[in-house]
Design a protein around this ligand. Sequence first.
Ligand code: ATP
Ligand code: MG
Length: 137
Amino acid sequence: IERTFSIIKPDATKRNLTGAINAVFEEAGLRIVAQKRILMTTAQAQEFYAVHKERPFYGELVEFMTSAPVVVQVLEGENAVAKHREVMGATNPAEAAEGTIRKKFALSVGENSVHGSDSAENAAIEIAQFFAGMEIV
Ligand code: ATP
Ligand code: MG
């Protein structure tokens, strides 16, 4: 059994899509074992996306992620990292497969509704940035 870190991004929380997105996760066999709605601070968003620091969209990404509440989550299941990325779809909604969350809900490559860890190793790092062990049940 594997865990991954998920974020329902501001464009989705603003449009009241938290439940619709969670339904996709649960139907895919991913269990929500921790979840909270927060307003990310600029420092949290900068740290979270530090790998993209040199990319041209970094500033706009940090602005976006702090523009409205997000829902941070830990999802658990068999091959959770890969399964989660599969149901999210490609980063750019124009390239996302039919039936994926980003195809259905994303507004653009930046405002793309969800985040998912890209490896089990990064999942553990990202989970620790937002959750204490006791909060994950
Ligand atoms: P995430 O890490 O959010 O799950 P991802 O792994 O599919 O998405 P990354 O390449 O890690 O994509 O990019 C992180 C985030 O940065 C994207 O989800 C998106 O919000 C934003 N982003 C990526 N590329 C662009 C771009 N060309 N223009 C604007 N924003 C972008
Ligand atoms: Mg990524």
